[in-house]
Ligand binder design. Structure first.
Ligand SMILES: [Zn+2]
Length: 230
């Protein structure tokens, strides 16, 4: 019974989280305010409550805006389904509390989308997610700080130097610090090495020599690390 309730919470939370993530990324990329009701991207008519229901709203409208009949992008629906799938898989592997997983995956989806599109992230979103997850797991964070503060500073020191030399984004350092506080510095080291290895491989395999956004690699390594190592 408990598992069924958890599955319902995870599915509803994952769909809502994916929808929220798409909305936040789209608004950030287009320099729009994060507040206010969503609107059709073609006719700018505000969406009503039933149009905002993840997946169902798009199906009812047969993937065309109810007012202007222009096609609705699959991007939001894809993000809703992907977030739900990742959250369910993480819960299956880690058994972390559903609320923790919903917030974590939604937060990572937003940071990943923003960094992939602009190579920057919204500072409010970065610190807001860190604060929210830190508050949710405050006893764990306080214990980690008490036991491993010097290890965390030792880990973040070289990263801060790299950020100062503009070889790493400051958001990458904050995210690594958040991972160290939430899940322990040893785990953060593993995530960092995994992400750096994957980023290096991606950099060598592609033809362009422009810099790569690092948060998608950190987020991927974090989720894989949680599923495999915890
Ligand atoms: Zn429209």
């Amino acid at each position: 019974m408990n598992n069924i309730l958890n599955l319902i919470i995870l599915t509803v939370g994952g769909l809502a989280g994916g929808s929220f993530a798409t909305c936040m990324v789209t608004r950030y990329v287009h320099h729009q305010s994060p507040w206010g009701r969503s609107a059709c991207e073609h006719c700018h008519h505000q969406l009503t409550w039933w149009q905002l229901i993840p997946v169902v709203g798009v199906l009812i409208q047969r993937r065309r805006c109810a007012w202007c009949r222009q096609p609705i992008s699959w991007q939001s629906t894809g993000s809703e389904l992907a977030c739900t799938g990742i959250i369910l898989a993480e819960w299956w592997c880690t058994k972390l509390p559903p609320v923790h997983l919903i917030i974590l995956v939604t937060w990572l989806a937003i940071l990943t989308g923003e960094d992939a599109a602009t190579q920057t992230v919204c500072p409010g979103m970065l610190w807001g997610g860190t604060l929210l997850l830190g508050t949710l797991t405050l006893p764990v964070v306080l214990t980690t700080v008490r036991l491993h503060l010097s290890f965390i500073l030792l880990l973040l020191g070289p990263l801060l130097v790299l950020a100062w030399r503009r070889q790493l984004g400051s958001a990458d350092v904050v995210l690594t610090g958040a991972v160290a506080l939430l899940y322990g510095p040893r785990f953060a080291c593993a995530v960092l090495f995994g992400a750096a290895g994957a980023a290096l491989l991606a950099f060598l395999l592609r033809r362009s020599r422009h810099s790569l956004p690092f948060i998608p690699f950190l987020a991927g390594a974090l989720l894989i690390g949680l599923a495999v190592l915890r």
